[in-house]
Design a protein around this ligand. Structure first.
Ligand code: SIN
Ligand code: FE
Length: 327
């Protein structure tokens, strides 16, 4: 399979460091995972049994399965929560869901030409996906990933998404509320990660907005007047290739690009809930503060019966009181 090179990485005006790379049996690995530090893991064999998952193989074994496919008029696939779209909101997403069978998706991918809408499939792997795929799935290296889940006291595995993306597609910067072991099967994905402490530089949408958890900043064309602190954003990057697993800690922002080393990428994520908190220790960690912020926003929205009032009431609390020099 073709390799990637630096010229394929999109250029952004962001300071970038590197994500550490460790072998699966490196004694230092568990301390990264248990302390919410991202790391690229080599040699875990997590998805070895899926390395033959190309479009032809999947078409053969998943042909009539109905899949979640997103269609976008540009290269950005900014996720939104349909349930948060209200009648009063003028919300015009650039990508839209277009469910279709795997066969239809595969045909569209094969016939795709420049100028056509772009495609990105994101389908949960469950037991309706056909017995060949289920057979490969049960042969994942569950022992390894479950041992990490236990060591880090994560909660249950909630889902595995199968992601098939055209080269050049981008998942814009956002955070998730789960721990993510992200495995690449085919092609290469470039990730840029930011810790939760950079919340103020990345300006996520309010929680009640359909784009909840997504940064408002367009990395291709940042609006520094609206988002001045984006200049201070400082990320960590890594290119994840076949057999690699990237640990994306809960609440870490991530921006993802499928590189041109192949015409499409195939990847599988493993989402785990966080475990119950056994003992709260102060000072709180940044991700715990993120939970508090989300809950305050949600609570105010509900109490006020109008999410549009949340911003002004928060400003009233802060301005002139928590912002004066006396503090
Ligand atoms: C992607 O791979 O495009 C997105 C993965 C994620 O956001 O977890
Ligand atoms: Fe994500």
């Amino acid at each position: 399979m073709a390799e990637w090179n630096n010229s394929q990485l999109r250029k952004y005006n962001i300071k970038l460091g590197k994500i550490p790379v460790l072998q699966h049996d490196d004694p230092k690995l568990d301390s990264y995972l248990c302390n919410n530090k991202p790391v690229l893991i080599k040699g875990s064999q997590l998805i070895s049994s899926a390395l033959n998952w190309d479009i032809d193989y999947l078409q053969k074994h998943m042909s009539s399965i109905c899949c979640n496919v997103m269609i976008s008029s540009n290269h950005r696939f900014k996720y939104y929560d349909q349930k948060k779209i209200t009648p009063t909101l003028t919300f015009k997403p650039l990508s839209r869901p277009s469910p279709m069978t795997f066969s239809e998706f595969a045909d569209k991918m094969k016939k795709w030409k420049k100028g056509d809408p772009r495609l990105y499939m994101q389908q949960a792997l469950n037991n309706s996906i056909g017995h060949h795929i289920v057979r490969d799935f049960v042969m994942f290296n569950w022992d390894w990933v479950i041992s990490k889940q236990k060591i880090c006291k994560w909660g249950p595995l909630t889902s595995n998404l199968l992601l098939i993306s055209q080269e050049g597609n981008i998942t814009p910067c956002h955070y998730d509320e789960q721990q993510n072991m992200f495995a690449v099967v085919r092609g290469h994905k470039r990730f840029i990660l930011f810790p939760p402490s950079q919340f103020e530089c990345l300006y996520p949408h309010p929680v009640h907005h359909p784009y909840d958890r997504q940064s408002q900043v367009d990395f291709d064309n940042p609006d520094y007047i609206k988002f001045p602190k984006f200049k201070d954003a400082c990320g960590y990057e890594v290119v994840v290739g076949p057999k690699d697993v990237l640990y994306i800690p809960i609440y870490w922002f991530h921006h993802v690009e499928s590189l041109m080393s192949s015409s499409y990428t195939v990847s599988i994520n493993f989402w785990f809930k966080t475990g119950p908190i056994e003992k709260i220790e102060y000072p709180l960690q940044d991700y715990q503060k993120m939970t508090i912020m989300r809950n305050v926003e949600k609570m105010l929205g509900e109490a006020l019966h109008d999410p549009n009032e949340v911003g002004s009431i928060l400003r009233t609390i802060v301005v002139g009181r928590y912002t004066s020099d006396e503090n």
